[in-house]
Structures are given as structure tokens and as C-alpha cells.
Design a protein around this ligand. Structure first.
Ligand SMILES: Nc1nc2c(c(=O)[nH]1)N[C@H]1C(S)=C(S)[C@@H](COP(=O)(O)O)O[C@H]1N2
Ligand SMILES: [Mo]
Length: 424
């Protein structure tokens, strides 16, 4: 497996022109023939799989992808992985299409590893400024009215490593801290109504049952508006990695506040200022002050193919594909540039365009083998336009780690290989 942190693979920081001159050796064009397997299986022969019976039903009691898709996996980055229990793995965005992330490929972010919870022994406690504290079992939760919502979850640290320049070699690593699934759960509002809010209630604190007991403060208004206490993803129960048996869904807001393995909601009249909303997930500005509570994830997009892990393999007709999303609403439009942001053309949005969900776009191109500086730029239905990284730095300085929604540039070389670059 390719190690994205291999210095040879790290994106060129010399600028795209010298980068172009330095690479381009191993031509990928024509490579598909080299990928072809056993000629005995090609027409006019009868392939192996037509000569024999296949596995019967239920031999594969829980279905898995074809073994030929074995490299479509979550990956981590060595130098970001101090310990596996407090780390992150990334969604292989370059290998996916549509807007739904398969359950087994959703990026993971854990502060103390994956809690393995027996749902029979799990309770959700709601207490504090309420008339009637609640202690709910999973069976209790499933008796409340439920809804289904498709939403993206993006970690505020997504693209964080790119603040100081092009770093990581692939959209899996630059943008893979995002996933989008259909959640089934109870509107948090219904649980709070059941408990009965005191008139001075203004904030909640949500806490996880993992050994970090990760916790965050949530304004009551948001909790009453659209948050879910979710127990299913894409129809099946949450995966342990995603907070089985129950997690908070906070549409459009930074991933950190989507508390997994949710065990406690305390109602109060002011925020708690927990570790995760003070020393972490705040943005240090150039004047030394830090932005407090950046909850909403602003509009962002990325081309997912071609990218360093998914090079162009043919000249001629090619489909450029990517994702756009906004924590403020729906994606209105996506533009594509082939020349590093000088000229823009509208991309084709395909499939569902949902409120605070990933949105799929395509751009069809007849590629003659010339260098491209590919960019995508999202606009949401508030009129907000995704900024360039240079524009972001004007306002945010260069100290930030979190909330980088700047425009990404991919340099496509004549060989079809792609590198992560920045244009000024
Ligand atoms: N209890 C608990 N909840 C948690 C975390 C955690 O470590 N413990 N990580 C948070 C962070 S920082 C993010 S970005 C999201 C990641 O969700 P995912 O692992 O489903 O992708 O979960 C959040 N909820
Ligand atoms: Mo996060």
C-alpha cells in the first residue's frame, strides 16, 4: 500500500511549473492494458467464472465488496497518528461516487478508541434544568417518533494540514475527514420535551461513553431545531466506529460536536467550555486571539478524481468528478477551473441536492494531454462562495488548524499523474 507520507510522494511545494518538469517519467497513458488480467478470460474465450458454479445464497451472510476492490479502504497518515486510539482515518473519496458513504468507509475520529458497547447495558441520561430527568434504554429510544435525514459530517480539522501549503498527496488525505449517510433517529427536541425544559435552560452538554468521555456544549436553540439522537446509518444500526448504539447528529456543524456513544445530556444555562471547545477546535488568529465556537462548516468542494490516487489514464474524453457541501444549506452551483482559477465554467450537478448533504458534480472534458490546474468552487443557497486559500489567509492568518474550506488545486501532468499544489 502506498504510504502518502513518503517524502517522494509529498506534493511539490516548488510551484507547479518546476513540479511539472520534475515529474512525468512513468507515463500512465495506456496503462489500462497493463491492468488487464488473464487473456484466457477475454473474448472470444469463456472466462473462468462462466465455467463454474458460484457461491450459493447466504454463504456470504454479511456481504462484502469484491476482492478486486480490496484497495478501497480507510487509510491513516503516519505522522498524524501519535497513537491509534486518539487518531483519525480518512474516507477514500477518490474511489467513491454518488453522495452516500458506505458504512465501512466512513472516516473515523476517536479520542480514546472505539467503545464496544452492549446496547442492553447502555442508557442515555437527560438531566439538569429539566422537570423530569430521563434515563432511556435503546428500547425506549426506539419507541419515540423517528425521522430519516441525509447529512454530511465534516471534522473541523479536515484540510487542516493544508493551511500552510500543499501537503498531502490525495483527496483522501486532504479532504477525507467527511462522510455522508442517512441517519435514522429521534429528534432531540422530542426527548427534551419529554423531560420538560426549565425556563432558564439555554445550553446542553452532550457526553460520550468512550473512555475520553468526550463532551461538548450545544446551544439549546440548535438542539430544538434539527438535531437527532440517531441509532441507524444507511438503514442498519450505527457501526461501532460511528458511535454504536447511539450518537448525536448536528446538521451542518463541525464533526466534533456529533458526540458518539452518547450517554448523557445535561441541560444548563451557559456553555461548559470543555477541552474540545477551548484548547481544541478554536481558531487562533494572527493577532493572538482565538475565535470562539465556530460551529457551522462553510461551503466547500473538492475534485475527487482525477487526483493523486486516481490519475488520468487516457487522453480524450474524461469525466472530472467531485463533491460539494455546505453547513448552511443546499449547494446552488459548482464551478470548475482548468487553469488555476483564471477561467471558470459551470459543473453539472447530478443526483440529489439536499440540505447540508454531500452533493455530486461532474465536468466532462476532452483532454489533449496538456497540463491542467484543476479547481472547484462551491456556492451555496445563501449566496456564499467558497474562498481561495489566499483569501482565507487574509482574514485568518496562518495559525489556524481548523475550518479550512479554501479552494483546492490539483496539477494534472501530461503523464496523467496528479499532484497537490497551490497557485498564488
Ligand atoms: N464520544 C466521542 N464522540 C466523538 C468523538 C470522540 O472521540 N468521542 N470524536 C468527535 C470528532 S472530533 C469527530 S470529527 C466526529 C467523527 O465522527 P466519525 O468517527 O463518525 O467520523 O465524532 C466526534 N464525536
Ligand atoms: Mo473532529
Amino acid at each position: 500500500m502506498t504510504d502518502p507520507t513518503d517524502p517522494k510522494l509529498l506534493a511539490s511545494r516548488r510551484g507547479f511549473l518546476t513540479g511539472a518538469a520534475g515529474l512525468g517519467g512513468a507515463a500512465l497513458l495506456g496503462a489500462p492494458n497493463a491492468l488487464a488480467g488473464d487473456p484466457q478470460n477475454l473474448p472470444p474465450n469463456i472466462p473462468d467464472w462462466t465455467r463454474t458454479l458460484g457461491d450459493g445464497v447466504a454463504v456470504r451472510a454479511y456481504g462484502k465488496p469484491s476482492k478486486h476492490e480490496a484497495n478501497v479502504i480507510r487509510r491513516d497518515v503516519q505522522w498524524l497518528t501519535a497513537s491509534r486510539e486518539s487518531s483519525v482515518s480518512f474516507t477514500p473519496l477518490h474511489d467513491l461516487d454518488g453522495i452516500i458513504t458506505p458504512n465501512g468507509l466512513c472516516f473515523e475520529r476517536h479520542h480514546s478508541g472505539i467503545a464496544e458497547i452492549n446496547p442492553d447495558d447502555h442508557r442515555l441520561i437527560i438531566h439538569g434544568l429539566v422537570d423530569k430527568p430521563l434515563m432511556l434504554s435503546m428500547e425506549d429510544l426506539k419507541r419515540f417518533p423517528r425521522v430519516n435525514r441525509i447529512h454530511f459530517l465534516e471534522c473541523a480539522a479536515n484540510s487542516g494540514m493544508e493551511w500552510r501549503g500543499a501537503q498531502l498527496n490525495g483527496c483522501q488525505f486532504t479532504h477525507g475527514m467527511v462522510h455522508c449517510v442517512e441517519y435514522t433517529g429521534v429528534p432531540l427536541r422530542l426527548l427534551l420535551q419529554e423531560a420538560g425544559l426549565k425556563t432558564n435552560a439555554k445550553w446542553l452538554m452532550a457526553e460520550g461513553a468512550d473512555s475520553s468521555a468526550m463532551n461538548r456544549s450545544l446551544p439549546l436553540q440548535k438542539a430544538l431545531d434539527d438535531c437527532l439522537v440517531a441509532y441507524r446509518m444507511n438503514g442498519e444500526m450505527l457501526r461501532p466506529e460511528q458511535g454504536y448504539p447511539v450518537r448525536l447528529v448536528v446538521p451542518g456543524w463541525e464533526g466534533n460536536i456529533w458526540v458518539k456513544w452518547l450517554r448523557r445530556i445535561e441541560v444548563g444555562d451557559e456553555p461548559w467550555y470543555t477541552r474540545e471547545e477551548t484548547s481544541k477546535y478554536t481558531d487562533l488568529l494572527s493577532d493572538g486571539r482565538a475565535r470562539k465556537f465556530t460551529f457551522v462548516m462553510d461551503a466547500k468542494s473538492v475534485i475527487t478524481a482525477p487526483t493523486p490516487q486516481a490519475p488520468l489514464k487516457h487522453k480524450g474524453f474524461a469525466v472530472i468528478s467531485g463533491l460539494a457541501w455546505s453547513g448552511r444549506g443546499k449547494i446552488k452551483r459548482v464551478d470548475i477551473s482548468l487553469d488555476g482559477g483564471r477561467n471558470w465554467r459551470e459543473a453539472k450537478i447530478d443526483g440529489l441536492v439536499l440540505d447540508r448533504a454531500l452533493t455530486r458534480f461532474y465536468f466532462e472534458l476532452d483532454w489533449n494531454g496538456e497540463d491542467l490546474l484543476l479547481q472547484s468552487r462551491a456556492m451555496d443557497d445563501t449566496g456564499y462562495v467558497q474562498p481561495t486559500k489566499a483569501d482565507l489567509r487574509k482574514f485568518r492568518g496562518t495559525n489556524s488548524i481548523y475550518h479550512n474550506n479554501g479552494i483546492q488545486t490539483w496539477h494534472v501532468l501530461p503523464s496523467g499523474e496528479v499532484e497537490n499544489v497551490e497557485v498564488s
